[in-house]
Ligand binder design. Sequence first.
Ligand SMILES: C[S@@+](CC[C@H](N)C(=O)[O-])C[C@H]1O[C@@H](n2cnc3c(N)ncnc32)[C@H](O)[C@@H]1O
Length: 334
Amino acid sequence: MPTQTLDDQIRQAEEHILAGDHGDALTLLHEVLSEDPTHTEALNDAAVKCLEAILQQDPTHSNAFFNLLDTLALTDDLELVIDAYLRYEEQIPDTEEKVEYAERITSEAQQNVDEQAAAQKVGATLATWENNAAHSNLINASEPQGTPAVQDLEKLVQEWDNGAWAATPTYLALLSQLFAQTTGAVVECGSGVSTLVLHKLNQHGERRVISLEHHHGWYERLQTTLPQDTTVELYHAPLRSYDGFDWYDMDSIDLPSDIGLIICDGPPGTTRGGRVGALHVLCKGLRPGTIIVLDDANRSRELAALLDWDEAFNVHVELFTEGKGIALAQIAEQ
Ligand SMILES: C[S@@+](CC[C@H](N)C(=O)[O-])C[C@H]1O[C@@H](n2cnc3c(N)ncnc32)[C@H](O)[C@@H]1O
């Protein structure tokens, strides 16, 4: 089909969008994209706008959500798909199709990363960086010694190359500060670049640091990237069903009795009960003063988890709603 005809179809589709005939617009745009998947105008200026307009009117519109993802997938630009997935995933009910999409994205994202190249770069950065508070921009003058420099965190996140799934440098700086301010064991839920930072923070092995990863592919990626002498105990802990929620299977893991810090950046948003399981499953290791960091705290499941923890445990909660939201909770004195 000559380009002119494709462009005509796009103009027509845009008219349909303006008239609110989203179904007709989509049919046309899909035709254009099947003919020429790289047709960025069709993709950016029309189809995506059309689907996003539908989703803005009705954020629970599953068809628009999956159509948007399918349309973006035609470009083979995984970042775009992941971005859209993360933007709308919360409102879309957890149907089988959504869970399948989440799994597909996870596997494709992993295939897209040159893991060996990333591991080499990360390894070199980890080997040369010195923990030193003096040059941090994010942490104030009274920052504890031993926190990494923001530039190093930024470099590490870039080299880890995991887009929106990776912790941000700001979040990693916060973790580093909390690591320095707490004592006792650390339990991380959801591994990634944060695990590499924990490795560095605990390089002399003063504390038990446990990292739980449910996804075998990501577990393997971490295992090959972490230096062999790491003191981080990395576990492949598949999700299993508990009473009312799903969470990591801890049956074969020796749970510490003195947890000072829990880092909740997993399991993924589609998990039944979200991250609520953290305190229920780890409760034997909690003590007054234990700090819990909850990422993605603006999501309804995570907010529900905070309410649940507030009711079931004696916790003080602080919520920072900027961006995806971070909550800090602390087990109160009896
Ligand atoms: C938010 S991520 C955890 C991020 C981790 N704490 C970090 O600092 O990089 C939560 C879970 O998503 C999964 N995951 C990681 N990368 C992913 C990707 N690119 N696509 C889909 N799922 C991913 C892993 O199972 C991970 O435990």
